[in-house]
Design a protein around this ligand. Structure first.
Ligand code: NAD
Ligand code: UGA
Length: 432
């Protein structure tokens, strides 16, 4: 059993804290947001994440999990301190390291000798050394504090499952003994373990996210091509996926990828490539193609209402960046809704999990409706932007009775086109 501190109680920090407590470690998780800490201390989970409530409740009851305000309280008398703070995109595309640097400077004076600081946030190549330097300059230098990179690969919505059943654990450290200490935290998971140098570990994270983004970009391009030649991209993806070298995953075409990570991490990798004057056209093309895919969805809606959005009322199903999360960060749905508004449409939206306040802050002028049928009432057509399962089971006769034009633009290929058409709807999908 180790004593672990976690800095940041967001999607990654909170999941890491709850899962490490579940694995038997003694965990203190600190966040600057006092309201969040108060809620978490009562066992009230501020994010939608399957299985997290159970683990936080278990941790609080057993006394192995504790929440505190601020980074320092989570860093005293710890064997490991995980940095799980944001690394957002800065204006030039690079990762903004200011939260990481601030957190490292805060914790430096209170760390015990021998504590290992673990970079869990997604940080660019060179960050292990950067954090080491900040810690030393802020007063930890004489106390032999070491830094390791240990990137996280969890997905939102399945974060707990991904953390406890990882495909691999990657640890980057110049000092093998330190890397082995970090690996011991995960020993009971029985996962493949890659111990490597810091730069390679940092690159694994960016390369993995960028590769997945390229895969999505590729299938979106194939989908667009299918529309021109009369093929069905779902059949094509199936036929490709049987090849084990390709696989079925991340071949779902859609409105373009979003979320708090793919857009910023592809931009950061592209920035890195530019900084060493390495041309990376596949990545550049993926980033540009993704924006174009958002616009393509706007064009589909426009075409479905006859070419003119001004004066039309559009119903939107789904606002989060994918299903089974409440996260709206970089959601294609918000971008597309904003573009429909900008073209003069009235846009009414329903999402089963998104916060109304956050959606309205991102897209002023959007109207939020509390259920998936009412949102269609008096609308011209409905556009499905997030693949929430409930949309599959809606009563299409009821939907038809509420819309003025019987038309569905399904940007996630969630619905069965034949079933929708049988009900008298015009159906528009992606690549079929
Ligand atoms: P988040 O915004 O949900 O959470 C970050 C938390 O850190 C916030 O609650 C914030 O209040 C807190 N914080 C900021 N500065 C602090 C400080 N000095 N002391 C204490 N708390 C502080 O972010 P996230 O989605 O958890 O992402 C964190 C990092 O993990 C990013 O680098 C991201 O790229 C990476 N990552 C995210 C995911 C994901 O699915 N969200 C997956 C893998 C990796
Ligand atoms: C992604 C990665 O999958 C995680 O491994 C990684 O840890 C994480 O980013 C991160 O670094 O933060 P996440 O952003 O939670 O996880 O979501 P994904 O399930 O990867 O989806 C990302 C976007 O791609 C979503 O907008 C989703 O709708 C889209 N997507 C995904 C597709 O359009 N098609 C697909 O086939 C898969």
């Amino acid at each position: 059993m180790s004593r672990v501190g976690i800095i940041g109680a967001g999607y990654v920090g909170l999941t890491t804290a709850a899962c490490l407590a579940h694995l038997g470690h003694s965990v203190v998780c600190g966040d600057v947001d006092a309201d969040r800490v108060a809620r978490l201390s009562r066992g009230d989970i501020p994010i939608l994440e399957e299985g997290l409530l159970e683990l936080v409740t278990e941790g609080l009851r057993s006394g192995r999990l504790q929440f505190v305000v601020g980074a320092e309280g989570a860093s005293r008398r710890r064997d490991f301190v995980f940095l799980c703070v944001p690394t957002p995109q800065s204006d030039n595309g690079a990762a903004d390291m200011s939260y990481v640097e601030a957190a490292a400077a805060q914790i430096a004076p209170v760390l015990d000798p021998g504590t290992v600081v673990v970079n869990k946030s997604t940080m660019p190549v060179g960050s292990t050394r950067l954090v080491q330097r900040v810690l030393e300059e802020a007063g930890a230098g004489s106390r032999e504090v070491r830094v390791a990179s240990n990137p996280e690969f969890l997905r939102e919505g399945t974060a707990v499952r991904d953390f406890l059943n990882p495909d691999r654990v990657v640890i980057g450290c110049d000092d093998t003994a330190t890397a082995v200490r970090v690996s011991e935290l995960y020993r009971t998971l029985g996962a493949a373990m890659l111990v490597t140098d810091p730069a390679s570990a940092e690159m694994v994270k960016y390369a993995s996210n960028a590769f997945l983004a390229v895969k999505i970009g590729f299938i979106n391009a194939v989908a667009n091509l299918c529309e021109s030649v009369g093929a069905d991209v779902r059949e094509v993806a199936l036929g490709m996926g049987y090849d084990k070298r390709i696989g079925f995953e991340f071949l779902r075409p859609g409105p373009g990828y979003g979320g708090s990570c793919f857009p910023k991490d592809t931009a950061a990798l592209n920035h890195l490539a530019e900084s060493v004057e390495f041309p990376f056209p596949i990545l550049e093309g993926t980033i540009a193609g993704n924006r174009a895919q958002y616009e393509r969805m706007v064009a589909k809606v426009k075409a479905a209402v006859g070419g003119e959005l001004a004066g039309r009322t559009i119903a939107v199903w789904g606002l989060t960046f994918k299903a089974n999360t409440d996260d709206l960060r970089e959601s294609p749905a918000l971008y597309i809704a904003g573009r429909l508004l900008a073209e003069g449409a009235r846009v009414r939206a329903y999402d089963p999990a998104a916060s109304t306040e956050k959606a309205l802050a991102s897209v002023p002028g959007l109207e939020i409706v509390v259920d998936g049928y009412s949102v269609c009432d008096g609308a011209d057509l409905v556009v499905l932007l997030t693949e929430w399962d409930e949309f599959r089971w809606y009563d299409l006769d009821k939907v038809a009775s509420l819309l003025t034009v019987k038309s569905i633009v399904d940007c996630r290929n969630l619905l069965d086109p034949a079933a929708v058409r049988r009900k008298g709807f015009q159906y528009t999908g992606v690549g079929r």
